[in-house]
Structures are given as C-alpha cells and as structure tokens.
Design a protein around this ligand. Sequence first.
Ligand code: PLP
Length: 378
Amino acid sequence: MKQFNDFLKEKLREIEEAGLYRERIVLPPDTVEFSSNDYLGLRDNPSTKEKLYRSIESIALGSGASALISGFHPIQKELEESLAEFKNTESCLVVGSGYMANIGLIPIISEEGDTIFSDQLNHASIIDGIRLSKASKLVYRHCDVEDLERKIRTTNTKGKRIIVTDSVFSMDGDIAPLDELVKISQKYDAVLVVDEAHSTGVLGKEGRGIFSHFGIKPTDNTILMGTLSKAVGSYGAFICGTKLLINYLINRMRSVIFTTALSPLQNFVSLYNLRAIKEEVYRRERLFRNVETFLEISKREGLDVNFFGTPIITYIVREPKRTLYIRDKLLENGFFIGAVRPPTVPPGTSRLRITITSKHTPEDIKRFLSTLSEIVNG
Ligand SMILES: *Cc1c(COP(=O)(O)O)cnc(C)c1O
C-alpha cells in the first residue's frame, strides 16, 4: 500500500512541477464566466423550466435500465426524431455523453484492415475512440486537406477509409473545411465522421450546425455526432445518420448496450432546449453581437486574440505557469476563464480559452477585457 501511495505522490509531484496540476473549483456565485460552452444561455432557460414545472408529476427521474432493456422512454424517441430532423438525417441515436458516443462509435464502424484519418487537433474522445479501434490510424495536419489527400493516396488500404474531424475545434475555435472534406470523402469513397459538439446551436440556419453552415446535405457516408451538453445546455449526446447505421449501432455499440439510458428528465430538458434553439432566435443574435463587441474592444485594448468566426476565442500565453497566473488574477477580479494547458493542447501553446455567450452584457465584456489587458501588460 505504501508503494502505491508513493507512486501517486510521485506522479502528482511531476504534474505539479510542470505547471499542469489541476483542481476543480466551485466558483463564487457572482463570478462572470468566460469559459462555459453554454453559448445560448440555455442552462437556465425559463421556457424549458416552465414546461418542466407543468410536467414534472409525469416525468420519471431515472430511465431504470439500458435503452435495449426498458430504458427507452417515449421522450427519448421524440428527442431522437427531433434531432434527426434538425440535422437533416434519416435517423438518430441518443447516448450518454459525447465522450461515450465517440469511444463507442469509432471502434465499431471500423475493423482490422481499415484506415482512420484523423485531424491532428481532434478532441480527446475521438483519439480514445481510435485507440479502441483495430483499424490503423493516420493523423493529418490540422485542417490541411492537401495533407489528408496525400495520405489517402499513398496509403494502401485493404478495407474502408474513415475520416474523422471536429466541426469547430474545441480548443482553437476554428471551423473544419467541411466542403473539401466532403469532396475528398466522396472521391475516395470514405466514411466521414463529423463531431458537432461546438457547431450545434451555433453555426448554420437555426443553429443546425456545420452542414447547414456550408449548405451541404449529409450523404449516406456521413455520420454526425454531437453533444447535448454545450449549446443545448443539457446533457447527453447524439449520433445522426442513416437508419441502417443507427440499427447497426443499437446492435453493436457497447456504450449504449452496457449502460443505463439517460434520464427522461434530462431528455426532457434536451428536447425543449432544442426547440428553443430553433424558436428563440434572439439568443444566437445576441451571441454574435457579443462576439463582435468582444473583438472591437480587444482590438482597442491591444489584445492579440485569435478569432475564426465562432464564440471560442483564444489568447495564447504559451507558458503553462504564466497561463495559470493570469487565470488566477482574473478570478481575483471576479472573472473565470479556462487555462488550457498540455496535454489538452500541444506543448508551448498554453492559452486562455475564452468563450462568449448570449448571457454576457457589453459591460461584462468591457470590464473583462480591461482587466485582462491590465494583467498582461501591467
Ligand atoms: C465536449 C466535447 C466532446 C464530449 O462531449 P461530452 O458530452 O461533454 O462528453 C466530444 N467532442 C468534442 C469536440 C467536444 O468538444
């Protein structure tokens, strides 16, 4: 036992020395967050709460079993139908979380002899999904379609080709070149898996996501997955595609079969928040107005931020300890932002990951940026 505790202490000491020690923080109640993925402020959406008050008597608090036993409640069916319509696909499967979706999906749509082509900056859940797959893996340079095509052409594959990409890259906020990725996937008859965690609710007509943003209809060879925990402001995830795909997933996906289905309560929140995304248009308008305000003021303050057309904006600090220092100083002033360090991002690119939401006021943004400017220049 002593040996085991020494092991733990030694590992934690290494993490601490590298400036990579992590702690969970309960934020003081009046903190202004510039770190949440709740882009549309739907976590406390009054219209969903109102419906919940009225329906609470008849909603089960837990699903009771795996969706394949008796945990598939009518509300989940309705949510899946709404998501399939929202994403312009034939069918949909709702699963526990985005992480569970990726680690369950990728290993079962691939097998030995296949090759998975993965963007260098894909989310950790995609990387873990690929690790669980028997297919071989090739990483292409971030959003570099020429590198992707070169790798596809020069790799002999007996089996299928599968391309996997984030839609909006979670730590950089840039948008995948979906139009070109679709072309390449068609040219080489590859399956294209797109992770819509940060595009759902944000990009495209009515917040329908990256396919709508590019005006592209998902083909039979595309799989769209995404989470209900970001702009939808709830919890859970979805995989959208053909009916054939969904039937296969129901039969094979271990993170669906061997886990309890989401609570009907949670699915209720997802369903009505999804409606709010379509109907409460002012939320997205306010979000993008806030993004513009943020960019104008950061320019005035001389802060060199990276912006790619999404509400995820980064300020690169490089050094992890300095990133933490700035994070802590901001917190002292009532602001919270994510200090993103390796292994979440490549070494030497530690950053402040700033997210804008519809709930920020122009005053919040102004005060945040003047405080940040004082800290980094002072
Ligand atoms: C957050 C995120 C996930 C994981 O989703 P959860 O529902 O939080 O587990 C997957 N992929 C991407 C790109 C993400 O940003």
